[in-house]
Write a protein that binds this ligand. Structure first.
Ligand code: SF4
Ligand code: ZN
Length: 300
């Protein structure tokens, strides 16, 4: 297969437009698309301070590299944060630490154990909720809090097109379509002084493209899997989407573009004010935030 632009050996084939690209033109295509997303959605402003949520896996490592490249022009401060759930993050943290050092980026690790007194497996002994639900609530809580305390005005995440399609279907399958109002390239419906807006520069990139970009650029990443993943509802949806996309290419794009089309209507209909948690003072949709409701079930 040859690159449709220059005729060199291709490294990538896009089944959507049926075009192949060589290494140089794939990297060009990828970076232009990500930078266009950042500009179009106004994700990074000149005076922003940016925290990157770094799991050590491919998406966030690529997001970090591209945000660093994007901000070279205006010199916005960029730093990275990893949340250690106490499950399988050790190796990922090693890789992330070495990579951030190489990029000259400050790196912070916060763990459930130090912040809450318990690791995720320990928390799950006392809380009767699915592992990923508890993990997601506590991770988002810590990321927002720590990013803000460290002075961030934006929180970059490595969410990609596949993740977004999964999130949209998850909400639909749970009967919570209105929750899709909280998705999109820039998240959050309403603002709160303690809420750091989350932005997703890889929003329109597919998971295979991100992996290839990391490999072609020698960006290291951790590829182990969390032991809780295979029993999650998300995993079932991921497998379903993989099969469907193979049979009907373009399904993932259609799910995401369809949600983007109705996003303004969903946001308009979800205008509940963000409250302040009565226990911890963090932003919350209820009187007591989800994190505090989980933490209140743990022995003191
Ligand atoms: Fe947490 Fe679930 Fe992700 Fe594991 S798979 S890190 S439990 S959200
Ligand atoms: Zn709270």
């Amino acid at each position: 297969m040859k690159c449709w632009i220059c005729g060199e050996e291709a490294v990538y084939y896009n089944p959507q437009n049926k075009k192949a690209l060589c290494k140089k033109h794939f990297i060009d295509y990828f970076e232009k698309k990500v930078f266009k997303t950042i500009r179009q959605w106004n994700m990074i402003k000149e005076n922003d301070t940016i925290a990157v949520a770094l799991s050590g896996e491919k998406d966030s490592m690529v997001a970090l590299n591209l945000v660093k490249k994007f901000t070279n022009k205006y010199g916005q401060k960029v730093f990275a944060i990893t949340i250690d759930e106490g499950i399988y993050r050790k190796k990922a943290i090693e890789i992330a630490r070495e990579h951030t050092e190489g990029l000259g980026i400050d790196y912070y690790v916060f763990s459930y154990k130090e912040e809450f007194g318990y690791t995720l497996p320990e928390i799950l002994k006392y809380v009767d909720l699915p592992a990923c639900r508890v993990c997601g609530i506590l991770r988002r809580y810590l990321l927002n809090k720590k990013a803000r305390e460290l002075g961030a005005t934006k929180l970059v995440t490595g969410h990609n097109l596949n993740d977004e399609a999964e999130n949209i279907l998850l909400n639909i399958f749970r009967g919570k379509i209105i929750e899709n109002s909280k998705l999109g390239p820039v998240t959050g419906v309403n603002s709160h002084p303690k809420f750091v807006p989350k932005v997703k520069p890889l929003y329109f990139m597919r998971v295979e493209e991100i992996k290839l970009y990391a490999e072609l650029n020698g960006i290291p990443f951790y590829s182990g899997k969390c032991p809780y993943l295979s029993s999650s509802f998300r995993f079932k949806i991921r497998e379903f989407l993989k099969k469907t996309e193979k049979e009907y290419p373009g399904t993932i794009d259609k799910i995401v573009s369809g949600n983007l089309e109705v996003l303004p209507i969903l946001k308009e209909n979800n205008k509940g004010e963000i409250k302040t948690c009565k226990i911890c003072g963090e932003p919350s949709s209820q009187e007591i935030c989800s994190a505090c409701r989980i933490l209140s079930q743990l022995p003191k």
